[in-house]
Design a protein around this ligand. Structure first.
Ligand SMILES: [Zn+2]
Length: 205
């Protein structure tokens, strides 16, 4: 026997989300049916608000209430140092470490499934444009020391090739295979302080 149509529709909606297979989608949908109605209404509203009342900053690409975001609009931030990260979670992490007083550039939307995730081409083009516009002296490539992060770092280097800017990377105090978002603030702060020059014209090795 098939589920009632509204339930089928909910299951299909969950299934379309990253990381949710048919079984998890079904379990989640059935869980929703057991929740108090007012909680479901609050959840629906939160979903709607999060989507409708946030934007991506036109400068750095981070998720924000408005564009430009509070960080980009802050005159106290050092606009000559740009920290390139993979997603909004990494911005949160680095901000919490309290060491970076420059600006950011976010490569990903942050909700794509990790597998096969790549920097958005427009994010890379915008990065090149920002650096070419002048005023940026250093670009800190703060992508994760894993396969995807390394791939993203190489694309960043490629995008900035030939531009007069100092490229640096996080020091390798960060354990290999660990994502930035899982590290404590001290390790992130240490890695940022100990960042090392990165040859802009190097080979892909
Ligand atoms: Zn911004």
């Amino acid at each position: 026997m098939a589920y009632p149509e509204p339930l089928e529709r909910l299951i299909r909606a969950f299934e379309s989300l990253p990381g949710l297979g048919p079984r998890s989608a079904e379990r989640l949908a059935l869980h929703i049916l057991r929740m108090p109605r007012e909680e479901v209404a609050a959840l629906a509203l939160a979903l709607r608000d999060a989507r409708l009342h946030t934007v991506r900053c036109e400068r750095c690409g981070n998720v924000s209430l408005e564009s430009p975001c509070a960080i980009c609009a802050d005159p106290e931030r050092d606009a000559s140092v740009l920290c390139v990260v993979e997603g909004p979670r990494e911005v949160e992490k680095i901000e919490a470490a309290g060491v970076h007083c420059g600006l950011y550039h976010v490569l990903l939307e942050g909700f794509a499934p990790r597998e096969g995730a790549e920097p958005e081409p427009e994010a890379l083009a915008r990065l090149r444009e920002r650096v070419r516009a002048g005023g940026i002296q250093e670009v800190i490539v703060a992508t994760a020391p894993d396969r995807e992060g390394e791939g993203a770092a190489l694309l960043v280097r490629e995008a900035l090739r030939g531009l007069p800017v100092r490229l640096t990377r996080l020091a390798r105090g960060v354990p290999v295979g660990t994502r930035l978002e899982y590290l404590n603030q001290e390790i992130v702060a240490e890695a940022l302080r100990g960042r090392v020059p990165w040859d802009q014209n190097g080979d892909e090795t």
